[in-house]
Design a protein around this ligand. Sequence first.
Ligand SMILES: C[S@@+](CC[C@H](N)C(=O)[O-])C[C@H]1O[C@@H](n2cnc3c(N)ncnc32)[C@H](O)[C@@H]1O
Length: 247
Amino acid sequence: MAKQIDFGFQQVDWAEKAQRVKGVFDSVAPKYDLMNDLMSGGIHRLWKRHAIDTLGLLPHHQVLDLASGTCDLGLRMAPMLNAHGNITLSDINESMLSIGRNRMIDAGHLRAEFVVSDAQALPFADNSFDRITMAFGLRNVTDKQQALNELHRVLKPNGMLMVVEFSKVTDPLLAKGYDWYSFNILPQLGELVANDKESYQYLAESIRMHPDQETLADMFRTAGMTRVSYENLTVGVVAIHKGWKTA
Ligand SMILES: C[S@@+](CC[C@H](N)C(=O)[O-])C[C@H]1O[C@@H](n2cnc3c(N)ncnc32)[C@H](O)[C@@H]1O
């Protein structure tokens, strides 16, 4: 039997997962930003703002935002860079990235670069970026360790990787309420607003299958990162993981 991997709570062939994930993001792309606001009550904006605030971004930095989707992070980071700095927005999915590109251009960020790429095999040279961000993308990648290895490879020495991702809620009582919300409200909201219940069922399931805070921190270390740390937001609904590449 072919090697299996989780796609939400289902087990699918290793080679099939990327296609299934592509189907999800092709489907959700047109309503992605609206759904994020509705599902989180706008809190995702605060998570993202806080994450960027803690990135230590300098105006001359070379930045990669991976799994950039509709470029929420890019829109926040681009104005922080000067003429020596640059930002590359990259995603495996053209539907998501083309919405992101339009948003960046509409906001006047004409120097940003856009690259369709798979986190597991990045088309960038070793030691290219001072900062790499990846928000709510790693969960969807088939081989997460391989993606982290690649991110470490393209990071410059003294550069920092930041992964923002759904994680494990630390309070058991709140975790029960969050589960109820995730499995009862999210798919219904998806059906109502985006006419797509399955993708939002996948969202809830994929969050539960994603490595918890400590496991992901260990994966950062396996990839070669040092000074690995994480910060829980909203009692662990989201965690910001950081790791550095040694000089
Ligand atoms: C939930 S969206 C996050 C978008 C954006 N970063 C944000 O925070 O709003 C996840 C993104 O990860 C992308 N993605 C999934 N698998 C990927 C892979 N293997 N390599 C690069 N991007 C991937 C999807 O196409 C999608 O755009």
